[in-house]
Design a binder for this molecule. Structure first.
Ligand SMILES: [Fe+2]
Length: 273
C-alpha cells in the first residue's frame, strides 16, 4: 500500500483573485511528519494554514475540559443524525482515542517549528487541543506562529492584506459573527466541517472568501468517491473531502486509527486564491 502524502491543488477559489498560494495542513495528531517539510519547500506557499488537531492536548489531569464536555460542545452544533450517533459508539471501539499528553513525545512541535520557517503559519484549534500549556504559548511566540483560538487577525501575505480567523472546537459564535461582519478578504479556519455546514453556511455573516476544514480524515476508506467511515461522524458520509464552493476540506496528513486508509491518501492541500 502506498502511504505517501499526495499534494492536492485547488485553483482560483472565490470570486476575488489575489494571487496567493496557501498550504492547508490538518490532523497531524502529533504523528511522523518527515515527508511534509520537503513537500512544503517544493510547493513554496505564501502562508500555511493549520486547521486543527496538530498537537495532542487532551489530558483530563491538566485541562478543565474533559472528553465528555468536548463531545457535548461538538454535538451541540446541529442535530446528530442516527448514523452519527451509531458511529460515536463504533468509534470508541476502533479509534485509538488518543494518548495523554505526558505519554508521547511532542514531535508535532518540531514540525511546527520547521514549517514556520517555510512561510507564516496560522494555527486554529481542533478537538484534540482542549488546552495549551504556558510553554506552548511561548513556543508559538518564539516561532512567530499565529494561534487563532476563536480570534482573527490582519495578516500581510505576499504584500496583500487579508483577515484570517480560527473557529475552535470550543467555539465562540459571537466572535465569529463579528469576524464575518468585518471587511476585506477573509479566510476562516474551521476544524469541523459540520460547524460550517450546520451553523455558519448561508447566515448573513457567512461572508468568508475561503473556509478550510479538516477533522474527517477524508473518510477512513473511500469507495467510488464516498467516505465509508469518518471517525466520530458517520458511515458513507457525503462531502468528507474536497472542494464545496468556497469550502475546502482536507483529508489530513496522518492516520490515527487502527485501520489503514484505503483509497484515501494523506494529503497536503495547496490553494490558490
Ligand atoms: Fe478533529
Amino acid at each position: 500500500m502506498n502511504d505517501r502524502i499526495v499534494v492536492t491543488h485547488y485553483k482560483s477559489i472565490g470570486s476575488k483573485r489575489i494571487g496567493i498560494r496557501l498550504a492547508l495542513i490538518s490532523d497531524l495528531h502529533n504523528c511522523v511528519w518527515d515527508e511534509l517539510i520537503p513537500l512544503l519547500k517544493e510547493e513554496k506557499p505564501d502562508a500555511i494554514l493549520c486547521a486543527g488537531d496538530i498537537l495532542e492536548r487532551h489530558d483530563e489531569n491538566i485541562s478543565e475540559w474533559t472528553e465528555e464536555k468536548i463531545e457535548k460542545v461538538i454535538s451541540s452544533v446541529g442535530k446528530a443524525t442516527l448514523s452519527e450517533k451509531i458511529m460515536y459508539v463504533l468509534d470508541k471501539l476502533v479509534g485509538r482515542g488518543g494518548k495523554a499528553t505526558d505519554e508521547i513525545e511532542d514531535i508535532a512541535k518540531e514540525f511546527l517549528q520547521e514549517a514556520s520557517k517555510v512561510a507564516p503559519l496560522f494555527y486554529s484549534v481542533g478537538n484534540h487541543e482542549w488546552y495549551f500549556l504556558e510553554e506552548d504559548y511561548e513556543f508559538f511566540h518564539t516561532c512567530g506562529i499565529t494561534l487563532l483560538d476563536n480570534e482573527d487577525c490582519e495578516a500581510i501575505i505576499a504584500g496583500h492584506s487579508l483577515r484570517i480567523g480560527g473557529l475552535s472546537t470550543r467555539y465562540n459564535f459571537d466572535w465569529l459573527k463579528d469576524f464575518g461582519e468585518k471587511t476585506g478578504y477573509k479566510i476562516l479556519l474551521c476544524h469541523h466541517p459540520e460547524y460550517y455546514r450546520k451553523v455558519i453556511c448561508n447566515k448573513n455573516y457567512d461572508t468568508f472568501d475561503l473556509i478550510v476544514s479538516g477533522h474527517y480524515h477524508g473518510g477512513q476508506c473511500r469507495i467510488f468517491g464516498r467516505a465509508v467511515y469518518v471517525p466520530r461522524t458517520g458511515l458513507f458520509v457525503k462531502g468528507a473531502v474536497g472542494q464545496f464552493g468556497r469550502h475546502i476540506i482536507s483529508a489530513g496528513v496522518a492516520n490515527t486509527t487502527r485501520f489503514p486508509r484505503l483509497g484515501n491518501p494523506r494529503e497536503l492541500v495547496m490553494i490558490e486564491i
